[in-house]
Design a protein around this ligand. Structure first.
Ligand code: NAP
Length: 269
């Protein structure tokens, strides 16, 4: 579906996590469906983008679009998105000034295969979700879907940020098991491993994810095996995704193809 079919959505709330990270919720158009882990295309009117620039507004309002993973659950009444401010980025440098009540556009065709349905059943015991930065977003959606709590025995979320301030959504992550796991019988055991790479933080790992895999530190920290029986999803910095794929392959894990294999990936840039 082209972006011409985009529908208007309204900003309902905004959270600023750090000078370069923010999230926001919007209205959800009636009938809009997506699977946890998918992304959509969000648009802004180009006339608004030009509003602060030294040029006249275009007579016909064009829109520019960018891909965003949905951070909210498929069952939420609202949609939520998590964004970084890209330096000199035409889209996010304006998007960061969003206010409650502002209008955005949603292309109602969801994209992407970082979804649990890509894996053939029966699923293994363990699901690893490895994120850097705003790559956390699709995993927040997946972790708010009861399916994941029912299907796996252990779920490990690994979330790497440069500083403690850039570790967003900590309260929400720490409440996930209570809020969602408690709703199903024999819910998965949830393990959360925050990583801060540019500050020393007591009780927090500080190396990059591929190194932690090479050194078996993720398993030592959680007691959960990261082996060729596990499902592993990666999302975030494209170089992290590449380096982590290689680290996992060195441990005998394989890319998931046609439902078979361990690793599923999405670059979040
Ligand atoms: P980031 O640089 O991706 O860092 C987030 C975490 O990922 C940090 O812990 C970082 O560790 C780690 N990391 C980076 N490269 C890695 C690798 N190869 N392997 C393993 N871990 C790795 O931070 P960010 O805040 O999300 O983004 C940083 C910059 O990227 C921003 O300036 C932003 O503008 C840009 N960006 C652009 C887009 C886009 O759409 N164009 C999207 C997201 C971000 P270290 O501290 O060791 O680096």
């Amino acid at each position: 579906m082209s972006d011409d079919s985009a529908v208007a959505i309204t900003v309902l709330s905004k959270t600023v996590w750090s000078p370069t990270l923010f999230s926001f919720t919007t209205t959800r158009p009636e009938g809009f469906r997506f699977e946890a882990g998918q992304f959509v295309r969000l648009g802004m009117a180009a006339s608004e983008l030009a509003a602060n620039a030294d040029q006249p507004k275009p007579a016909i309002t064009a829109r520019i679009f960018r891909a965003y993973s949905v951070a909210s659950s498929p069952y939420d009444e609202v949609l939520e998105f998590f964004s970084v401010v890209v330096p000199d980025g035409a889209f996010t440098s304006q998007l960061q000034h969003l206010q409650v009540g502002d209008k955005l556009y949603l292309n109602p065709t969801p994209f992407g295969f970082l979804t649990l349905s890509r894996y053939q059943e029966p699923v293994p015991k363990t699901l690893w979700l490895l994120a850097t930065g705003t790559g956390l977003a699709p995993f927040l959606s997946i972790l708010q879907d009861l399916y994941v709590w029912e299907k796996y025995q252990d779920i490990v979320l690994v979330y790497s940020a440069r500083t403690t301030q850039e570790l967003a959504y900590q309260e929400k992550i720490n409440n996930l098991a209570d809020e969602f796991g408690s709703l199903v019988e024999n819910a998965a055991c949830f393990h959360y491993l925050p990583i801060v790479t540019r500050e020393k933080v007591a009780g927090c790992l500080s190396e990059r994810i591929p190194k932690l895999i090479d050194d078996d530190e993720l398993t030592k920290a959680t007691g959960v095996a990261l082996d060729d029986t596990a499902h592993v999803m990666l999302c975030g910095n494209p170089q992290m995704v590449e380096d982590t794929k290689e680290a996992l392959k060195a441990q005998g894990l394989t890319m998931n193809r046609r439902g078979v294999g361990n690793i599923a990936v999405e670059n979040y840039w």
